[in-house]
Design a protein around this ligand. Structure first.
Ligand code: NAP
Length: 282
């Protein structure tokens, strides 16, 4: 059990420093602190897989999970150079990293992704289903092929990767799954109906798994960002910061912050965390 200070009354120890129960009960600590017990799990020794971690939000989540103590598998589809940069950032933090190419919309690639990751790093206990594409298209321009591709990359991939890691998580009775949805699931958004449908499907998937796995130590949540400054948003001519109530784009680190919180928290499940500058309010 980890005891974490909620407020430092003297600043000799940082407010984020953790003190073990033994140290507290034996009086072996340097300053007087107020402590609280919480169900926040330590990520040290945990293995995390982040899909689509070569760029944007996935990259920031991979680096943030490493900073929180996890060893991280960085999945990418085509951006090997950028994935290697992420690997370097993670290993510089003293964490292990495994970089692995896979198209997460394909069952064969997903099976290889999981088996190679687990051979290299160990059993995956934190999964972030982040990989996604956006094809800004007008309603009348979307053809069946566009629909199928977008649903496969954004939604089917979450099912495939989740299914591939679940067996191990259930056997170990511990797992955290974070799925990247979007404000598009809630208000329609600025990409297209195929994208909005894929992201709404992720919310259904999240709630199903959360409700069926809650007694098995597995927590499943979604993050619904809006207009976070990445390649995806820069490529969308309909994306403008003045659409966001707070008046600016979000940063990838603001989304990563929520992902790390969900990876550590054992009492939040089936929820959608809106990191959207106030665009949609629950
Ligand atoms: P991004 O900058 O375009 O990065 C997308 C990432 O996904 C890249 O690492 C890419 O890999 C990977 N990827 C794409 N297709 C893949 C596939 N089939 N298999 C494996 N990896 C694949 O996007 P982002 O803005 O960071 O978005 C990340 C997630 O957040 C997406 O699910 C997106 O829908 C969601 N989201 C973003 C925003 C936003 O404002 N940015 C808002 C709401 C939701 P390569 O580099 O190898 O191509």
């Amino acid at each position: 059990m980890i005891l974490s200070p909620i407020r430092t009354q003297c600043c000799a120890v940082s407010s984020t420093e953790s003190v073990t129960q033994d140290a507290v009960t034996s009086g072996d600590y340097r300053i007087r602190l107020r402590f609280t017990l919480w169900d926040m799990d330590d990520l040290h020794g945990r293995i995390a897989l982040v899909t689509g971690a070569s760029r944007g939000i996935g990259r920031a989540i991979a680096v943030a999970l490493a900073a929180a103590g996890a060893d991280v598998a960085v999945n990418y589809r085509s951006s090997l150079g950028q994935a290697r940069e992420v690997e370097q950032r993670i290993t510089q933090q003293g964490r292990r990293c495994f970089t692995v190419q896979a198209d997460v919309s394909l069952r064969g690639d997903v099976d290889r992704l999981i088996s190679e990751t687990e051979t290299a790093l160990g059993p995956i206990s934190v999964l972030v289903n982040n990989a996604g594409i956006a094809r800004p298209q007008a309603i009348e321009d979307i053809v069946e092929r566009d629909w199928d591709e977008l649903i496969a990359v954004n939604l089917k991939s979450c099912f495939l990767v989740t299914q591939a890691v679940l067996l191990g998580m259930r056997a170990r009775q511990w797992g955290r799954i974070v799925n990247l949805s979007s404000v598009a699931a809630q208000v329609g958004g600025v990409v297209g109906p195929h994208y909005a449908a894929s992201k709404a499907g992720i919310l259904g998937l999240t709630r199903y798994y959360a409700s069926h796995l809650s007694r098995e130590g597995i927590r499943v949540n979604a993050i619904a960002p809006a207009l976070v400054e990445t390649d995806m948003v820069k490529a969308n001519p309909s994306a403008r910061a003045d659409r966001v109530p707070v008046g600016r784009y979000g940063s990838v680190d603001e989304v990563a912050d929520a992902a790390v919180m969900l990876a550590r928290n054992g009492y939040i499940t089936g929820q959608t965390i809106n990191v959207n500058g106030g665009w949609f309010m629950n």
